[in-house]
Design a protein around this ligand. Structure first.
Ligand code: AMP
Length: 199
């Protein structure tokens, strides 16, 4: 089984839920860059410099690649070098980042260790999902309507398309239907993770 599972998907596609399931099932480390950023935000010992870079997050924009690499690469390195697989959740949100991560994997000899699984969902389905998240009380501080709209503009299918193309060209991309229920999506992801293909 590949050591680096990259989950791609628009906000609200269920990446977080599915990443947790993969991590539990295989003993992989779940790396959510959103979580790493929120941890940094509440860390009193974090540098003012790093905290200043978090301003974009509050407005639903992407934070700098530099900060993402610093946080995510350290976690990936620590785990993969200790032979623990990783599942990356929301860690790659632009082609520049996809290229940056790939370069990092190659430099460490992990070029063949990555598989990309997209949880596919249309933009109209995203708004419905995110609205449910707010109504159920599970919404986060950045789940307001204005921020949601910006997140869809910046992190929705238009933004995802070139990333998808990049991974398709590398021959490591597969997709599952994100409108299915959680156990069905999980079962499809499991097949790809273990056997490299869906049935
Ligand atoms: P999430 O918890 O995955 O929805 O991420 C919350 C916020 O963190 C996003 O709206 C972005 O502002 C920021 N963020 C998370 N991951 C990335 C990334 N790979 N690149 C840039 N910004 C990110």
């Amino acid at each position: 089984m590949k050591k680096i599972i990259i989950l791609l998907g628009v906000p609200g596609s269920g990446k977080g839920t599915q990443a947790k399931k993969i991590a539990e099932r295989y003993g992989y480390r779940h790396i959510s860059t959103g979580e790493l950023l929120r941890t940094l935000e509440s860390d009193p010992s974090a540098s003012a410099d790093d905290k200043a870079k978090l301003a974009e997050m509050k407005g639903g924009k992407l934070v700098s690649d530099e900060l993402i690499y610093k946080l995510a690469f350290a976690e990936i390195k620590k785990n993969v070098q200790a032979d623990t697989g990783v599942v990356l959740d929301g860690a790659i949100r632009s082609v520049a980042q996809a290229v940056g991560y790939q370069k990092f994997f190659m430099e460490h000899g992990w070029g063949g260790e990555a598989v990309v699984i997209e949880i596919a969902l249309s933009d109209s389905d995203i708004m419905k999902r995110l609205a449910q998240r707010v109504e159920s009380g599970a919404g986060r501080a950045d789940d307001t309507e204005a921020v949601m709209k910006r997140r869809i503009e910046q992190q929705g299918n238009i933004a995802l398309a070139p990333i998808r193309e990049y991974y398709k060209q590398l021959g490591i991309w597969q997709a599952v239907d994100g409108t299915a229920d959680i156990p069905s999506v999980s079962a499809e992801i499991q097949k790809i993770s273990e056997f490299g293909v869906r049935s």
